[in-house]
Design a protein around this ligand. Structure first.
Ligand code: G3I
Length: 363
Protein backbone atom coordinates (compact mmCIF):
# COMPACT_ATOMS: atom_id res chain seq x y z
CA UNK A 1 0.00 0.00 0.00
CA UNK A 2 2.83 2.36 1.02
CA UNK A 3 4.49 1.67 -2.36
CA UNK A 4 1.28 2.56 -4.25
CA UNK A 5 0.92 5.83 -2.32
CA UNK A 6 4.60 6.71 -3.00
CA UNK A 7 4.20 5.99 -6.73
CA UNK A 8 1.01 8.04 -6.91
CA UNK A 9 2.70 10.99 -5.17
CA UNK A 10 5.65 10.69 -7.55
CA UNK A 11 3.32 10.72 -10.60
CA UNK A 12 1.35 13.69 -9.26
CA UNK A 13 4.58 15.62 -8.58
CA UNK A 14 5.89 14.77 -12.04
CA UNK A 15 2.64 15.93 -13.61
CA UNK A 16 2.83 19.21 -11.72
CA UNK A 17 6.40 19.76 -12.85
CA UNK A 18 5.49 19.06 -16.51
CA UNK A 19 2.48 21.37 -16.23
CA UNK A 20 4.61 24.08 -14.70
CA UNK A 21 7.24 23.84 -17.40
CA UNK A 22 4.58 23.90 -20.17
CA UNK A 23 3.15 27.04 -18.60
CA UNK A 24 6.64 28.56 -18.47
CA UNK A 25 7.24 27.78 -22.17
CA UNK A 26 3.92 29.34 -23.02
CA UNK A 27 4.92 32.47 -21.13
CA UNK A 28 8.34 32.52 -22.74
CA UNK A 29 6.82 32.31 -26.19
CA UNK A 30 4.82 35.42 -25.49
CA UNK A 31 7.78 37.31 -24.14
CA UNK A 32 11.06 38.62 -25.32
CA UNK A 33 13.37 36.44 -23.33
CA UNK A 34 17.07 35.77 -23.77
CA UNK A 35 18.50 33.37 -26.28
CA UNK A 36 19.55 30.21 -24.41
CA UNK A 37 23.30 30.77 -24.36
CA UNK A 38 25.76 33.42 -25.49
CA UNK A 39 28.06 35.78 -23.75
CA UNK A 40 28.38 37.87 -26.85
CA UNK A 41 26.44 41.01 -27.54
CA UNK A 42 23.36 40.32 -29.61
CA UNK A 43 22.80 44.08 -29.72
CA UNK A 44 25.87 44.36 -31.92
CA UNK A 45 24.15 42.18 -34.53
CA UNK A 46 21.88 45.14 -35.25
CA UNK A 47 21.91 46.52 -38.80
CA UNK A 48 22.42 49.99 -37.27
CA UNK A 49 24.68 50.99 -34.37
CA UNK A 50 23.41 51.14 -30.79
CA UNK A 51 25.17 53.57 -28.50
CA UNK A 52 25.01 55.18 -25.09
CA UNK A 53 25.47 58.57 -23.51
CA UNK A 54 28.30 58.32 -21.00
CA UNK A 55 28.94 59.95 -17.68
CA UNK A 56 32.70 60.46 -17.50
CA UNK A 57 33.02 60.01 -13.74
CA UNK A 58 31.15 56.74 -13.84
CA UNK A 59 33.20 55.63 -16.83
CA UNK A 60 36.41 56.24 -14.90
CA UNK A 61 35.29 54.73 -11.61
CA UNK A 62 33.06 51.82 -12.49
CA UNK A 63 34.79 49.02 -14.38
CA UNK A 64 31.53 47.18 -15.03
CA UNK A 65 30.03 50.30 -16.61
CA UNK A 66 33.03 50.63 -18.93
CA UNK A 67 33.08 46.95 -19.83
CA UNK A 68 29.35 46.95 -20.58
CA UNK A 69 29.86 49.86 -22.97
CA UNK A 70 32.74 48.12 -24.70
CA UNK A 71 30.89 44.83 -24.91
CA UNK A 72 27.50 46.08 -26.02
CA UNK A 73 27.84 49.47 -27.71
CA UNK A 74 29.13 50.64 -31.06
CA UNK A 75 28.76 54.35 -30.50
CA UNK A 76 29.14 56.78 -27.60
CA UNK A 77 28.06 60.31 -26.74
CA UNK A 78 29.06 62.49 -23.80
CA UNK A 79 25.98 62.99 -21.63
CA UNK A 80 27.40 66.34 -20.46
CA UNK A 81 31.14 66.62 -21.09
CA UNK A 82 30.93 68.23 -24.54
CA UNK A 83 28.29 70.80 -23.68
CA UNK A 84 29.39 74.41 -23.84
CA UNK A 85 28.99 74.88 -20.08
CA UNK A 86 31.12 71.83 -19.36
CA UNK A 87 33.90 72.81 -21.76
CA UNK A 88 34.21 76.56 -21.71
CA UNK A 89 35.33 78.44 -18.61
CA UNK A 90 35.76 81.82 -20.29
CA UNK A 91 36.03 83.25 -23.79
CA UNK A 92 38.71 81.17 -25.53
CA UNK A 93 39.28 79.15 -22.34
CA UNK A 94 38.51 75.47 -22.21
CA UNK A 95 38.85 72.50 -19.90
CA UNK A 96 39.11 69.57 -22.22
CA UNK A 97 39.97 66.79 -19.79
CA UNK A 98 36.62 64.99 -19.54
CA UNK A 99 35.81 65.28 -23.24
CA UNK A 100 39.34 64.15 -24.13
CA UNK A 101 38.98 61.15 -21.81
CA UNK A 102 35.77 60.14 -23.54
CA UNK A 103 37.35 60.51 -26.97
CA UNK A 104 40.41 58.48 -25.93
CA UNK A 105 38.23 55.75 -24.45
CA UNK A 106 36.13 55.57 -27.61
CA UNK A 107 39.16 55.49 -29.87
CA UNK A 108 40.81 52.77 -27.80
CA UNK A 109 37.77 50.55 -28.22
CA UNK A 110 36.91 51.59 -31.74
CA UNK A 111 33.57 53.17 -30.85
CA UNK A 112 31.95 55.82 -33.01
CA UNK A 113 31.66 59.20 -31.28
CA UNK A 114 28.59 61.39 -31.63
CA UNK A 115 29.18 64.89 -30.23
CA UNK A 116 26.49 66.56 -28.12
CA UNK A 117 25.79 69.53 -28.28
CA UNK A 118 27.42 72.62 -29.79
CA UNK A 119 24.61 75.14 -29.33
CA UNK A 120 21.78 74.91 -26.80
CA UNK A 121 19.48 77.51 -25.34
CA UNK A 122 19.53 76.03 -21.80
CA UNK A 123 21.28 78.10 -19.20
CA UNK A 124 22.16 75.55 -16.52
CA UNK A 125 25.66 74.67 -15.30
CA UNK A 126 26.68 72.09 -17.89
CA UNK A 127 24.67 73.64 -20.71
CA UNK A 128 25.92 77.23 -21.00
CA UNK A 129 28.81 78.95 -19.23
CA UNK A 130 28.19 82.04 -17.12
CA UNK A 131 30.39 84.18 -19.34
CA UNK A 132 28.04 83.58 -22.29
CA UNK A 133 24.93 84.21 -20.20
CA UNK A 134 26.41 87.58 -19.19
CA UNK A 135 27.97 88.44 -22.54
CA UNK A 136 26.92 91.71 -24.09
CA UNK A 137 27.64 92.68 -27.66
CA UNK A 138 26.34 93.38 -31.13
CA UNK A 139 24.79 90.71 -33.34
CA UNK A 140 28.12 90.29 -35.14
CA UNK A 141 29.91 89.85 -31.81
CA UNK A 142 27.41 87.18 -30.77
CA UNK A 143 27.94 85.40 -34.06
CA UNK A 144 31.67 85.66 -33.45
CA UNK A 145 31.54 84.04 -29.99
CA UNK A 146 29.38 81.23 -31.34
CA UNK A 147 31.82 80.68 -34.18
CA UNK A 148 34.84 80.72 -31.87
CA UNK A 149 33.25 78.05 -29.68
CA UNK A 150 32.16 75.78 -32.50
CA UNK A 151 35.49 76.12 -34.27
CA UNK A 152 37.48 75.35 -31.12
CA UNK A 153 35.49 72.23 -30.24
CA UNK A 154 34.95 70.78 -33.71
CA UNK A 155 38.56 71.41 -34.71
CA UNK A 156 39.92 69.72 -31.59
CA UNK A 157 37.98 66.55 -32.36
CA UNK A 158 38.15 66.72 -36.14
CA UNK A 159 38.49 63.23 -37.58
CA UNK A 160 37.63 61.70 -34.20
CA UNK A 161 34.05 62.79 -33.67
CA UNK A 162 31.94 61.45 -36.54
CA UNK A 163 28.87 63.61 -36.03
CA UNK A 164 27.55 66.51 -34.00
CA UNK A 165 24.29 67.71 -32.56
CA UNK A 166 24.94 71.21 -33.84
CA UNK A 167 21.81 72.84 -32.47
CA UNK A 168 19.72 71.34 -29.71
CA UNK A 169 16.05 72.07 -28.94
CA UNK A 170 15.47 75.26 -30.93
CA UNK A 171 11.79 74.48 -31.56
CA UNK A 172 8.94 74.43 -29.06
CA UNK A 173 6.23 71.78 -28.88
CA UNK A 174 3.89 74.06 -30.85
CA UNK A 175 6.33 74.05 -33.78
CA UNK A 176 7.48 77.66 -33.41
CA UNK A 177 11.05 78.71 -32.73
CA UNK A 178 12.04 79.35 -29.14
CA UNK A 179 11.56 83.12 -28.73
CA UNK A 180 14.10 85.70 -27.59
CA UNK A 181 12.69 85.48 -24.07
CA UNK A 182 13.78 81.82 -23.85
CA UNK A 183 16.83 81.65 -26.06
CA UNK A 184 19.86 83.89 -25.86
CA UNK A 185 20.82 83.03 -29.46
CA UNK A 186 17.40 83.98 -30.83
CA UNK A 187 17.58 87.20 -28.85
CA UNK A 188 21.03 88.26 -30.02
CA UNK A 189 21.37 86.75 -33.49
CA UNK A 190 17.85 85.93 -34.63
CA UNK A 191 16.26 82.69 -35.77
CA UNK A 192 16.70 80.74 -38.02
CA UNK A 193 19.86 82.77 -38.65
CA UNK A 194 21.67 81.48 -35.56
CA UNK A 195 20.86 77.89 -36.54
CA UNK A 196 22.15 78.33 -40.10
CA UNK A 197 25.24 80.04 -38.75
CA UNK A 198 25.99 77.23 -36.28
CA UNK A 199 25.81 74.61 -39.03
CA UNK A 200 27.97 76.71 -41.37
CA UNK A 201 30.62 77.14 -38.67
CA UNK A 202 30.63 73.44 -37.83
CA UNK A 203 30.92 72.48 -41.48
CA UNK A 204 33.77 74.91 -42.00
CA UNK A 205 35.63 73.43 -39.02
CA UNK A 206 35.18 69.82 -40.13
CA UNK A 207 33.71 69.35 -43.62
CA UNK A 208 33.54 65.58 -43.07
CA UNK A 209 31.48 65.70 -39.87
CA UNK A 210 27.82 64.74 -40.10
CA UNK A 211 25.68 67.54 -38.74
CA UNK A 212 22.39 66.97 -36.92
CA UNK A 213 19.54 69.11 -35.69
CA UNK A 214 18.47 67.53 -32.37
CA UNK A 215 15.18 67.91 -30.52
CA UNK A 216 12.58 66.14 -28.37
CA UNK A 217 8.86 65.59 -28.65
CA UNK A 218 8.52 64.24 -32.19
CA UNK A 219 6.56 61.29 -30.78
CA UNK A 220 3.91 63.39 -29.06
CA UNK A 221 3.64 66.61 -31.07
CA UNK A 222 2.76 66.70 -34.74
CA UNK A 223 3.39 70.48 -34.62
CA UNK A 224 6.96 69.77 -33.50
CA UNK A 225 7.45 67.28 -36.33
CA UNK A 226 6.19 69.83 -38.84
CA UNK A 227 8.35 72.54 -37.30
CA UNK A 228 11.46 70.38 -37.55
CA UNK A 229 10.75 69.32 -41.13
CA UNK A 230 10.07 72.93 -42.15
CA UNK A 231 13.32 74.03 -40.56
CA UNK A 232 15.24 71.33 -42.39
CA UNK A 233 13.55 72.15 -45.72
CA UNK A 234 14.40 75.82 -45.27
CA UNK A 235 18.03 75.01 -44.42
CA UNK A 236 18.36 72.85 -47.52
CA UNK A 237 16.85 75.62 -49.63
CA UNK A 238 19.31 78.13 -48.19
CA UNK A 239 22.19 75.76 -48.91
CA UNK A 240 22.99 75.19 -45.23
CA UNK A 241 24.87 71.93 -44.62
CA UNK A 242 22.64 69.59 -42.59
CA UNK A 243 22.85 65.81 -42.71
CA UNK A 244 20.51 64.45 -40.12
CA UNK A 245 17.67 64.74 -37.63
CA UNK A 246 18.20 63.68 -34.04
CA UNK A 247 15.06 62.61 -32.24
CA UNK A 248 15.77 62.44 -28.54
CA UNK A 249 12.87 60.11 -27.77
CA UNK A 250 12.68 60.44 -24.00
CA UNK A 251 9.52 58.39 -24.04
CA UNK A 252 7.65 55.86 -21.97
CA UNK A 253 5.32 52.90 -21.92
CA UNK A 254 2.39 55.32 -21.64
CA UNK A 255 2.94 56.37 -25.29
CA UNK A 256 1.14 54.74 -28.17
CA UNK A 257 3.78 53.04 -30.30
CA UNK A 258 2.04 54.22 -33.49
CA UNK A 259 3.03 57.78 -32.57
CA UNK A 260 6.64 56.65 -32.27
CA UNK A 261 6.41 55.10 -35.74
CA UNK A 262 4.98 58.35 -37.13
CA UNK A 263 7.83 60.32 -35.56
CA UNK A 264 10.43 58.09 -37.20
CA UNK A 265 8.80 57.97 -40.63
CA UNK A 266 8.21 61.73 -40.63
CA UNK A 267 11.88 62.40 -39.94
CA UNK A 268 12.85 59.85 -42.60
CA UNK A 269 10.61 61.60 -45.14
CA UNK A 270 13.19 64.42 -45.28
CA UNK A 271 15.68 62.01 -46.86
CA UNK A 272 18.20 62.90 -44.13
CA UNK A 273 19.91 60.57 -41.67
CA UNK A 274 17.74 59.64 -38.70
CA UNK A 275 19.24 59.28 -35.21
CA UNK A 276 17.24 58.29 -32.16
CA UNK A 277 19.66 60.25 -30.08
CA UNK A 278 18.64 60.03 -26.41
CA UNK A 279 16.40 57.03 -26.04
CA UNK A 280 14.97 56.02 -22.71
CA UNK A 281 11.60 54.40 -22.04
CA UNK A 282 10.07 55.35 -18.72
CA UNK A 283 7.75 53.08 -16.79
CA UNK A 284 6.75 55.67 -14.19
CA UNK A 285 5.56 58.69 -16.12
CA UNK A 286 3.26 59.57 -13.22
CA UNK A 287 6.24 59.86 -10.84
CA UNK A 288 4.53 57.49 -8.39
CA UNK A 289 6.59 57.10 -5.23
CA UNK A 290 7.06 53.65 -3.70
CA UNK A 291 6.60 51.96 -7.08
CA UNK A 292 8.66 48.86 -7.88
CA UNK A 293 9.84 47.58 -11.25
CA UNK A 294 7.51 44.63 -11.74
CA UNK A 295 7.72 41.88 -14.37
CA UNK A 296 4.63 43.38 -15.99
CA UNK A 297 6.30 46.79 -16.36
CA UNK A 298 9.46 45.10 -17.64
CA UNK A 299 7.49 43.29 -20.36
CA UNK A 300 5.60 46.43 -21.39
CA UNK A 301 8.88 48.29 -21.61
CA UNK A 302 10.40 45.46 -23.62
CA UNK A 303 7.59 45.73 -26.14
CA UNK A 304 8.18 49.46 -26.57
CA UNK A 305 11.90 48.85 -27.09
CA UNK A 306 11.05 46.20 -29.64
CA UNK A 307 8.83 48.58 -31.57
CA UNK A 308 11.31 51.49 -31.54
CA UNK A 309 14.00 49.15 -32.82
CA UNK A 310 11.70 47.69 -35.48
CA UNK A 311 10.51 51.10 -36.71
CA UNK A 312 14.12 52.19 -37.12
CA UNK A 313 14.94 49.03 -39.06
CA UNK A 314 11.95 49.71 -41.31
CA UNK A 315 13.30 53.02 -42.68
CA UNK A 316 15.78 52.93 -45.58
CA UNK A 317 19.05 51.50 -44.29
CA UNK A 318 21.17 54.33 -45.66
CA UNK A 319 19.22 56.83 -43.53
CA UNK A 320 19.50 54.81 -40.35
CA UNK A 321 22.24 56.50 -38.30
CA UNK A 322 21.55 54.55 -35.12
CA UNK A 323 20.00 54.54 -31.68
CA UNK A 324 21.74 56.13 -28.71
CA UNK A 325 20.54 55.25 -25.22
CA UNK A 326 20.56 58.15 -22.74
CA UNK A 327 22.67 56.26 -20.23
CA UNK A 328 23.96 52.73 -19.77
CA UNK A 329 22.25 51.12 -16.80
CA UNK A 330 19.14 52.14 -14.89
CA UNK A 331 20.94 53.71 -11.97
CA UNK A 332 22.97 55.95 -14.30
CA UNK A 333 19.85 57.38 -15.92
CA UNK A 334 18.93 61.03 -15.38
CA UNK A 335 15.43 59.67 -14.56
CA UNK A 336 16.51 57.13 -11.97
CA UNK A 337 15.45 59.07 -8.88
CA UNK A 338 11.87 59.60 -10.17
CA UNK A 339 12.03 56.58 -9.51
CA UNK A 340 12.37 54.89 -12.90
CA UNK A 341 14.14 52.06 -14.72
CA UNK A 342 14.28 53.31 -18.30
CA UNK A 343 17.33 51.63 -19.88
CA UNK A 344 18.50 48.29 -21.27
CA UNK A 345 20.60 47.16 -18.30
CA UNK A 346 19.57 46.90 -14.66
CA UNK A 347 21.45 48.29 -11.69
CA UNK A 348 23.81 45.29 -11.80
CA UNK A 349 24.39 45.65 -15.55
CA UNK A 350 22.30 42.58 -16.28
CA UNK A 351 20.38 42.63 -19.55
CA UNK A 352 16.72 43.44 -18.95
CA UNK A 353 13.76 42.19 -21.01
CA UNK A 354 14.11 45.63 -22.68
CA UNK A 355 17.42 44.47 -24.14
CA UNK A 356 15.87 41.39 -25.70
CA UNK A 357 12.96 43.48 -26.96
CA UNK A 358 15.43 45.80 -28.70
CA UNK A 359 17.15 42.79 -30.28
CA UNK A 360 13.88 41.22 -31.38
CA UNK A 361 12.89 44.51 -33.02
CA UNK A 362 15.75 44.59 -35.49
CA UNK A 363 15.85 40.86 -36.16
O1 G3I B 1 28.75 67.44 -12.15
C1 G3I B 1 28.09 68.38 -11.27
C2 G3I B 1 28.50 68.16 -9.88
O2 G3I B 1 29.88 68.43 -9.74
C3 G3I B 1 27.67 69.05 -8.95
O3 G3I B 1 27.97 68.79 -7.63
C4 G3I B 1 26.17 68.81 -9.19
C5 G3I B 1 25.30 69.73 -8.35
O4 G3I B 1 24.04 69.92 -8.93
O5 G3I B 1 25.90 69.04 -10.53
C6 G3I B 1 26.61 68.19 -11.40
O6 G3I B 1 26.28 68.52 -12.71
C7 G3I B 1 24.99 68.13 -13.15
C8 G3I B 1 25.17 67.23 -14.37
O7 G3I B 1 23.91 66.92 -14.91
C9 G3I B 1 25.90 65.94 -14.04
O8 G3I B 1 25.13 65.12 -13.20
C10 G3I B 1 24.22 69.38 -13.54
O9 G3I B 1 23.94 70.15 -12.38
C11 G3I B 1 22.93 69.01 -14.23
O10 G3I B 1 22.33 70.21 -14.76
C12 G3I B 1 23.21 68.07 -15.38
O11 G3I B 1 22.01 67.67 -15.95
C13 G3I B 1 22.10 67.21 -17.28
C14 G3I B 1 21.11 67.99 -18.14
O12 G3I B 1 21.10 67.45 -19.46
C15 G3I B 1 21.50 69.47 -18.25
O13 G3I B 1 22.72 69.66 -18.91
C16 G3I B 1 21.76 65.72 -17.28
O14 G3I B 1 22.80 64.99 -16.62
C17 G3I B 1 21.65 65.22 -18.72
O15 G3I B 1 21.16 63.89 -18.74
C18 G3I B 1 20.67 66.11 -19.49
O16 G3I B 1 20.66 65.67 -20.82
C19 G3I B 1 19.72 66.33 -21.67
C20 G3I B 1 20.35 66.45 -23.06
O17 G3I B 1 21.58 67.12 -22.96
C21 G3I B 1 19.41 67.18 -24.02
N1 G3I B 1 18.11 66.52 -24.06
C22 G3I B 1 17.47 66.31 -22.77
C23 G3I B 1 18.39 65.55 -21.82
C24 G3I B 1 17.73 65.26 -20.50
O18 G3I B 1 17.42 66.45 -19.83
Amino acid sequence: MKKIIALASFLIMGGLIILASCKKDELNNNRTNPPVTSNDSTLKLSPFPWGAALNINTLKNNAKYASTVVKEMQSVTAENAMKMGALSTGRGQYKWEDADDLVNFAQTYNLRIHGHALVWYKQSGTSMPAWVIHFSGTKEEWKQIMKEHITAVVTRYKGKVTSWDVVNEAIKDDGTFRPASECIWTKNIGVPEYIDWAFQCAHEADPDALLFYNDFGHEYSSAKRTGVNNLVAGMKQRGVPIHGIGMQMHTGIHRNVNDIRTAITTAASTGLLVHISELDIKVNNELAQGITFTEDLAQKQSYHYQMVSKFMKDIPEKQCFGITMWGVHDSSSWLHSNPDWPLLFDNDFERKPAYYGAVKGFQ
